[in-house]
Ligand binder design. Structure first.
Ligand code: HSE
Length: 308
């Protein structure tokens, strides 16, 4: 039996302007998983700690993602999965993506990397489809590839790893209310105006350019969402106050993390990220809601080996 323990990172999807196409990978928040390759064929979830998630393979995002990988691998092998959840479900920082990405990355590693990391994105998307009804890649791509990623196209899938300017630090506040991605997607109108589209694709281009040229002001100017944020922010208590506070404390930009309720703020230094954390902590203390605040550099590697 071959085994591996991995860190499966949390991710911030959308990054304001890039609904379903942009995302980045966190370093200090993530699940742990132990994966075993055995001689008894089939995929089995043998342990889940830290969350009430299904053990049945077909109902578990890690289970179906690994099944997709094995279907293409073609050889009869067995996989056993242990999941130690640290990222809460429905938090908006890629909980399901971490499980899917961590599982397929670990299995691929134990098999001697028959698949490229880009190919693993496709397998992990099967888990996302099970979790939210939609096979979006903007959490699994950064979880697998690290850094910042862009999904240039879904059909065919074309994922691009972007540059990761070294000074960026994320502050994420997670109010302890669950917002299901499927619910948060259902509030989005299916049509956008040409004016909104022009605004949004200008920002996507600006953000990508800003990341590559390491122009922090351009990154900040581009962290704007005129389409999704106005519809979803009503689901998040004190969203506007948190955003105003984060910007006042020096953040480059602030928006909804993935489908919420987490809110992210991107800063140019650890010092600013900590000031942002203090500011939003003051705002949220007054709500009476429980919340967590994470401060994290951008993880440029994605899934990491903890023990072989
Ligand atoms: N792009 C997805 C959404 C991410 O916003 O619904 C979900 O985490």
């Amino acid at each position: 039996m071959k085994s591996i323990k991995v860190f499966a990172p949390a991710t911030v999807a959308n990054l304001s302007c890039g609904f379903d196409v942009l995302g980045c990978c966190l370093d200090t928040v993530g699940d742990e998983m132990i994966i075993h390759i055995t001689s008894t064929p089939g995929v089995r979830i043998i342990k889940i700690e830290g969350a009430d998630l299904p053990l049945e393979t077909e109902k578990n995002v890690a289970g179906v993602a690994v099944q997709a990988l094995l279907a293409e691998y073609g050889k009869e092998i067995g996989v056993e999965i242990e999941i130690f959840k640290k990222i809460k479900a429905g938090s908006g920082i890629g909980s399901s993506a971490a499980s899917s990405a961590g599982a397929v990355w670990a299995v691929n590693h134990l098999l001697g990397t028959p698949f490229s990391t880009y190919k693993l994105v496709e397998f992990a998307m099967v888990g996302e489809k099970l979790a939210s009804g939609n096979a979006h890649a903007d959490n699994v791509a950064p979880a697998l590839l690290g850094g910042f990623t862009l999904v240039r196209s879904y059909t065919p899938l074309d994922v691009i790893k972007l540059n990761n300017p070294k000074d960026l630090v994320m502050t994420v506040i997670h109010p302890q209310i669950e917002v299901k991605t499927s619910d948060s997607r259902s509030v989005i109108k299916q049509n956008v105006s040409l004016k909104q589209a022009i605004n949004q694709w200008g920002n996507v281009g600006g953000l990508v350019a800003g990341l590559f040229t390491e122009d922090y002001d351009l990154i900040g100017r581009s962290l704007e969402d005129v389409i999704i944020e106005p519809m979803r922010s009503i689901l998040i208590p004190e969203f506007q106050k948190v955003k105003d506070t984060a910007i006042r404390q020096g953040a480059l930009g602030c928006g909804i993390s993935g489908s919420g309720p987490s809110i992210f703020a991107l800063s140019k230094s650890m010092n600013t990220a900590q000031k942002v954390a203090q500011g939003i902590n003051e705002v949220y203390k007054k709500t009476g809601l429980d919340f967590d605040i994470h401060i994290s550099k951008i993880n440029n590697q994605g899934v990491k080996i903890m023990e072989l």
